[in-house]
Design a protein around this ligand. Structure first.
Ligand code: T4K
Length: 413
């Protein structure tokens, strides 16, 4: 071990001028890459055939494999998850107002607002981090046409309760399943619920097609509408049936997706191993909770999420983040500060936070840690050691940071 950057006490932390633990930055969301030889062979084949996009053979094979994997009738792949959401929303005929959680990646809200549909933000359940079904009903108005729930971190939301509400009020039900490929709910794969579910295969997801996404549905009519909308509405040469856009996935993306799909189980195994190591090494730290996944369900373990309770631990999430960043561990505050606090929603609904108490609290507490193939087991141990030192010495750390800050402001004045 390099002695200069060993972490044993507060003095050795890089935030107090110790040496950073890691020379290279450790990111959240480094892509997993499948078998390169297979990928390169496929790319060569694409180049030889000169069929680069528009329903090529790799796209067709990718869609078929996805359907098999999910046990769903249709899986229509797209250029990215956001366009897949936009098309699903339009094909399902959503208008007026749609209820969704604020605690999600901003694309969920933007996909609605982009089409001049008003996103109505709902609070989350603090345990599951997913939309709170009990608040949904109170947000329904005569303008409401649908619910867009999110399986955050790949953890399925309370699909049963939400479906009941949707049925009772004749609302369309879509799921943003961007995080939930390979996950299940009550034993059935995500992709089979609501009117449609939308995946992302972005580089930062646990398996990727560089950029990419898909709409999964068991509804034949909706599926054919979505297919047309993906390709400008063309149903044949010179024949346009709907307003459409260009949501097509290229052959090279489909080749990457197919290759990743072949390594899916090994990606999940590795993520699970990393997750279990974090869970073991962080288990007894006061004021820290590692978000836990249901062991009875399938899960991709792509997100390792810490919840830091400042009252119990003595350290704020943001201080812990600064400590980790100084060590070159680029932990992320997904999805701070909540969509309702981002533009244009912050201006449209300045008081939305009053109904979003749990979202506001949680977005102050979350920190997402690196996982996947590009973080090793010894690196995870080192990250955990930095977290342990930080939380066990919170009082001294806060004091030293205050001193550091007052020195900086004295120099500045
Ligand atoms: N709904 C939900 C719930 C979502 O989470 C997302 C996307 C969507 C919808 C929309 O799906 P897409 O249209 O994206 O398919 C990232 C991703 O860009 C975004 O796809 C993802 N969610 C979100 C959770 O995370 P950022 O702003 O954190 O990305 P960025 O560029 O900072 O990347 C994160 C880290 O990943 C970087 O620090 C380095 C690493 N990285 C990234 C890329 C792109 C790599 O190592 N290599 C790479 O190629 O949003």
């Amino acid at each position: 071990m390099n002695e200069k950057n060993a972490k044993s006490n507060v003095n050795s932390l890089a935030i107090f001028n110790g040496h950073p633990k890691f020379k290279e930055k450790l990111h959240v969301g480094r892509p997993n890459i499948g078998d390169r030889v297979r990928l390169l062979n496929r790319i060569n084949d694409i180049l030889d055939r000169r069929w680069l996009t528009n329903n090529g053979i790799y796209l067709e094979e990718f869609e078929q494999r996805l359907c098999e994997q999910l046990g769903v009738k249709h899986c229509i792949v797209m250029c990215n998850g956001t366009v897949a959401l936009e098309i699903a929303i339009r094909a399902a005929d959503l208008k007026g107002e749609v209820i969704l959680p604020s605690f999600t990646f901003i694309a969920t809200a933007h996909a609605l607002q982009w089409q001049e549909i008003t996103p109505v933000f709902c609070d989350i359940d603090p345990q599951s981090h997913t939309i709170n079904p009990w608040q949904i009903e109170s947000l329904i108005t005569p303008r409401t046409t649908g619910i867009l729930a999110v399986h955050l971190w790949g953890n399925a939301c309370d699909i049963e309760s939400i479906s009941k509400i949707a049925r009772k009020h004749h609302l369309k039900l879509l799921f943003d399943a961007a995080h939930a490929f390979g996950c299940s709910y009550k034993g059935q794969m995500i992709g089979n619920f609501g009117d449609a579910e939308v995946f992302s295969f972005h580089a930062t997801k646990f398996f990727n097609s560089f950029e990419g996404g898909a709409v999964a549905t068991n509804n034949d009519e909706l599926a054919s509408k979505i297919r047309l909308m993906r390709n400008f509405g063309f149903s044949g040469y010179d024949q346009v049936d709907y307003i459409g856009t260009n949501g097509k996935m290229s052959e090279i993306s489909a080749a990457m997706g197919l290759t990743g799909l072949e390594s899916l189980e090994s990606f999940i195994q590795l993520n699970r191993k990393n997750y279990n190591q974090y869970a073991d090494e962080l288990s007894d730290i006061k004021g820290l909770r590692l978000f836990s996944y249901k062991t009875s369900e399938k899960c991709n373990y792509q997100y390792v999420i810490l919840e830091i309770d400042e009252e119990l631990s003595g350290l704020s999430r943001d201080t812990l983040m600064s400590i980790l960043w100084a060590e070159n561990v680029l932990a992320r505050r997904y999805f701070y500060p909540g969509s309702h606090r981002m533009e244009p929603y912050r201006s449209y609904f300045p008081h939305a936070g009053l109904l979003l108490g749990e979202t506001e609290k949680l977005s102050q507490r979350i920190l997402v840690l690196p996982t996947g193939a590009s973080v090793t087991s010894p690196e995870i141990s080192e990250i955990c050691q930095v977290i342990r030192i930080s939380l066990s010495n919170s009082r001294e750390i806060n004091q030293r940071l205050r001193e550091k800050e007052s020195k900086v402001s004295l120099v500045g004045s």
